[in-house]
Design a protein around this ligand. Structure first.
Ligand SMILES: Nc1ncnc2c1ncn2[C@@H]1O[C@H](COP(=O)(O)OP(=O)(O)O)[C@@H](O)[C@H]1O
Ligand SMILES: [Mg+2]
Length: 429
């Protein structure tokens, strides 16, 4: 029994996870045909890797996942090169993880050889013997590495020195060479096929500088591997800056920009979810309420879905079931008013802090500490102090720029606080 069955749904229509690589995921993806086509064209046609840039929560991972799902379905020898996606994305959260990444990637490729073995054989590609791959996977160092991988993906966030040593041992034992040889035997002549790997959430490295350095570090290893095509994805300009690095010139395509879904598409995305999961209930947040939230939250799809879910929990907690769409919309409005008043009444923010938030809103939701005089601060340090005050209360997020110039963007709760401060005016988008 879940709250969703009480509300007349088979599961949450507001799930904030990225879309799954399934037929349902494909049905739920809206408005990204052009991006998928471009992504696949680049993967198949260029020797540089693909980069994707777009705000957090805009739909980057979902679009890559569905592109991969289609690539896998459409793989056939007649359309060489074959593109074989490694489904789980890689992540690097700290610079130490870069050392581990290589070993993790080769392990994923070995698994990929097992997963795609039948297809590869059917198309006449020379895949390694399963027994050989298993032997490789069971070598002590590879087994230790597998122990360090998280369930959700290949990201290894705990930079344990033991893992780093293991990865050094991995390099010394030449374990990557075995996988490299398998790839060159399989994809012969070179270019007739690739494994497609995704390096997601590059902004976890926080600054553009560390993201760029991380990519430069893998430039001559996994980015230079002839059997691999990479999709490198990040937010806050991190990928754009890295792609412009002279040392990465010719290795990375110009970024594909993922913009927020238009209001019509966002509503279509909501309706697709309601169609998919409704068992007859009126949705807690229907098109009217969704539009309202999407505007207040500046077209951030993930944050909008999150608030829809929060509101659904509230409805259920209050025992408000079986109301109509219109009644839900009115309830959503009062719930939002209360919630945003709570954020706007945060006693941890000084009046200069609030002024900065208001000015950031007026500046498209962001600010650069170099522009301190425009914002009425005597220097970047003073401005940063007030931004940090807002960040401690989750109203903005600060990030480090490439040349030491830091910046901040308004966070979802910041937009809600602003909604209350502006007398509940919906921002124009
Ligand atoms: N094109 C789309 N159509 C429908 N839902 C989408 C679309 N893109 C993203 N979503 C949904 O929006 C949320 C954020 O998407 P995600 O791909 O995780 O964003 P990002 O990787 O850019 O942070 C997820 O719940 C996802 O299911
Ligand atoms: Mg993502």
């Amino acid at each position: 029994m879940t709250i969703w069955s009480d509300l007349g749904f088979s599961q949450s229509p507001y799930d904030t996870k990225s879309l799954p690589p399934t037929a349902i995921g494909e049905r739920l993806l809206v408005g990204r045909e052009r991006h998928i086509k471009r992504l696949i064209n680049r993967l198949a046609s260029s020797s540089s890797h693909v980069t994707i840039e777009g705000q957090a929560g805009v739909g980057k991972t979902s679009l890559i996942t569905i592109a991969n799902y289609r690539m896998k379905r459409n793989s056939d020898k007649a359309r060489a090169p074959i593109l074989l996606p490694i489904e789980v994305p890689f992540q690097i959260a700290t610079r130490e993880n870069v050392k581990l990444l290589e070993a993790t990637v080769y392990r994923a490729i070995a698994e990929g050889f097992i997963r795609y073995r039948d297809e590869l054989q059917a198309w006449g590609y020379d895949a390694p013997k399963v027994a050989d791959v298993n032997k490789w996977m069971n070598s002590p160092i590879v087994k230790t590495l597998s122990g360090g991988a998280s369930v959700l993906g290949f990201s290894v966030s705990a930079a344990r020195s033991e893992s780093v040593n293991t990865s050094l041992a991995f390099a010394e034992a030449g374990l990557s060479n075995t996988v490299r040889n398998w790839m060159s035997e399989c994809f012969d002549p070179p270019g007739c096929g690739y494994f497609v790997c995704v390096l997601d959430n590059l902004e976890l490295l926080v600054s553009s500088t560390s993201a760029r350095q991380a990519l430069e570090e893998i430039r001559d290893t996994i980015l230079a591997e002839p059997g691999l095509r990479w999709v490198i994805c990040g937010a806050r300009g991190v990928v754009r800056t890295a792609a412009a690095s002279p040392r990465l010139q010719g290795r990375l395509c110009h970024p594909l920009e993922v913009e927020p879904l238009s209001m019509d598409d966002a509503i279509r995305a909501l309706e697709a979810r309601i169609n998919e999961f409704s068992t007859g209930g009126a949705p807690p947040v229907g098109a009217i309420g969704f539009q309202y939230l999407y505007e207040i939250l500046k077209c951030n799809l993930r944050n909008t879905l999150q608030k829809c879910e929060d509101f659904s929990f509230w409805l259920h907690d209050e025992g408000i079931l079986g109301e109509s769409d219109m009644e839900h919309a009115a309830l959503l409005q009062s719930w939002l008013t209360l919630l945003s008043d709570e954020y706007a009444g945060n006693p941890g923010i000084s009046s200069a802090g609030w002024r900065l938030l208001d000015d950031m809103v007026g500046n498209e939701g962001s600010c650069d500490f170099e522009d301190h005089d425009l914002f009425g601060f005597s220097g970047p340090e003073e401005m940063k102090r007030y931004a940090a005050e807002l960040e401690r209360q989750n109203l903005v997020e600060i990030s480090s720029g490439d040349t030491g110039g830091d910046s901040a963007v308004v966070a979802p709760n910041g937009w809600l606080a602003r909604f209350s401060r502006s007398g509940y005016q919906i921002p124009r988008i």
